[in-house]
Design a protein around this ligand. Sequence first.
Ligand code: AMP
Ligand code: GLY
Length: 427
Amino acid sequence: MSLKYNILIIGSGAREHAFAWKIKQSSRVNNLFVAPGNAGTSEIAENIQLSVNDFEAIKTAVLKNDINMVLVGPEDPIVNGITDFFENDIKLKDVLIIAPNKSGARLEGSKSFSKQFMVKYNIPTAKYHIVTEHNLEEGIAFLSSFNPPYVLKADGLASGKGVLIINDREEAINSLKEILNGKFGKAGNTVVIEQFMEGIEMSTFVLTDGINYVLLPEAKDYKRIGEGDTGLNTGGMGAVSPVPFLTPELQKKIDTLVIHRTIHGLRAENINFKGFIFIGLMISNGNPFVIEYNIRMGDPETEVVIPRIENDFVDLLEATALHKLNQQQIKIKKEAFATIIAASKGYPEHFEKDKIITGLNNKTNSLVFHSGTTLKNEHIVTNGGRVLAVSSSGKNITEAVKTSVETLNNISFDGIYFRKDIGYEFK
Ligand code: AMP
Ligand code: GLY
């Protein structure tokens, strides 16, 4: 008999709802908790109200509920050291935690660290220069050494807002100074200036125990608010998997040039990395270049990646924590998946909350994952900019998108907005 787990998922988005949905299908889960969760997770697990960065509150919840496995969704608690906190606590050290420690979290938490890592291990990426207030002149000279557009990245976490792409050199120099002067707070004390890469973006995901890894399904997300990829950047308005332009030849290049070298680099740096690596790639002339590493799964990417995985998810998580991923073989569904985000009117800028959502109990051919929702007076109401992620399968992406649009046409709340053109390039 294999061990059963009481599992806690940290986070409150559609990514965490998708994790909960998948874990719930395992015969190896006893009690499932999500902290803080949302209205959707409360239907399949027990929500625990706490802040994801309040490690003492998490410890109390873990001990009270005999939790012996923790899966961390968002980057914040990971970069803040939740794994180190568990490993250094006598009462928590035997709890399996699926998230890298602070050392591994630098891949996302410090863009200068991750660029230096890529260069050291010969992982293809854009040319760059690291600038602080002490070498501003070097930064300006670097900006003058190539043609626009210019890419400026605040070194630390800046809630997804720390990347600027600027066409004018003078404006780039001004923005560089503004970031160094605190535009993004401490995250911008160091700035990475990068050359702009032309191409098409996709993301690859691995689950690693630090030595072995399994390759998860790839995905492509749609970051802009408007159809045809126009308007402001968001956390993501939809995603598809598989990515039709990923040929076996390109996959081979991604494996050898990016993934093997990344895992090798982590080992060579003595980083005991247990968790997900989400690698944002630019494909230029058929070759992969790393845009960024994230040390967690993506949202909304998770909502198409997770439904394509056939394995028992608890088996995969346990093997990650126990350095046994070499004993796991990943099985992926052939079907295509698409997810469409239903957002609040005004997102990603100002939006209102507390709008009653109707139609959630309709019969549907989709998976309706909750993102920003909560329960109020026995109604499910909106509680964020991104409200739902509606995932569907199909024999191709067009079919999958069609099903999600049909499902969304039967769900409503005041100001609901979603893109109907997710996957438009693959028609
Ligand atoms: P990030 O916040 O690091 O995900 O970056 C946001 C977006 O900026 C990426 O998804 C890319 O579309 C774009 N980006 C970042 N770095 C580069 C680069 N060097 N060349 C072209 N586009 C980039
Ligand atoms: N969808 C992008 C992210 O999760 O960072």
